[in-house]
Design a protein around this ligand. Sequence first.
Ligand code: ATP
Length: 349
Amino acid sequence: MTNTHLNIEAVSKSFGPVTALNRVDLKIERGSFVCLLGPSGCGKTTLLRIIAGFEKPTEGRLLLDGADISEVPPHKRGFGMVFQSLALFPHMSVAENIAYGLKLRRTTAKEQRERVEELLNVVELPHIADRTVSALSGGQRQRVAIARALAIKPKLFLLDEPLSALDAKLRDNMQIELRRLQQKFGVTTVLVTHDQTEAMMLADELVVLDHGKVQQAATPTQVYRQPANSLVADFIGAANLVQAEIGQNRQLAIFGNSFKAAADYEPGTAVNVAVRAENISLRPAQANEGSTGRVVFARDLGAFKEWLVSVKDQEIRVRGSASDDSEFQVGDLVHLTADPARLAVFPVD
Ligand SMILES: Nc1ncnc2c1ncn2[C@@H]1O[C@H](COP(=O)(O)OP(=O)(O)OP(=O)(O)O)[C@@H](O)[C@H]1O
């Protein structure tokens, strides 16, 4: 059964001649964590700003629990927000920052104290309530900003690239923390990111935007395994897009390996086949063998190995697991095999 919290109906937004959003429809489930993901300029920040009320849609409307909020100003929407800049008050203490939204809501001093204490415990900063924000580390500031946004028990929790200023290790820790907090509070959350690993790590539902349109809205696993089109396949994960042609009985040949396309296409249809780097295996090849390529780049990244293999006029990215002890060097002739169960076939646009 669905339980829609926010319903975004046919929302479009133009800035003069630029169409930032083009009839976006999206239903956000109560208590879910939704990530808006896409390349730079795809419209994700504009969509978040429309949800927050900082921008008005050119067309379409927003329904919160069924009520039209399109005309409601941001401060009356009751949403909690965290931006990349955090926008904390540097001269105020941690506790004052967290209590800020509560004060505006005329909460009693006792309620404020209790709520601040509760949140400081949740974000694991109970000992620094009295410090000024300017004396905190990047990760601590991040937690204060999150605590401040959650203090008002927001109807929606909105975050715009909140972790992008943190170094890789801290960002990884904060992603786990953010996800745990969101689950603990059960707050409906929308986060904008251009980092697909972050989006896959956090999201219940991943919304891939491109060219101002929703290209796919599904679980991270679905988006990864069954990308809706070649834009999504290309954007998510290390995918190779290989051109091929449908033969008789839906037969297709990729790197010389033949397999059957799942969807029904006319023979002779040109298609793009998305093949992820980790779904291709290599073995040494002989010069007179078919379906071979030459290794042009090789690196060991610790967690996995990666090669670029020149096949015809394309460079194919291939990943092997760290435990795989095959060693291919630049210049080696290799045979490629794609896992037929993990291919996605799209008509050429
Ligand atoms: N205030 C504005 N005035 C004019 N054009 C704008 C404005 N805000 C956004 N745009 C344009 O709308 C499009 C979508 O911008 P938006 O900031 O939503 O993209 P984004 O996906 O968040 O990109 P990024 O990841 O680079 O922040 C872009 O072409 C952008 O230049």
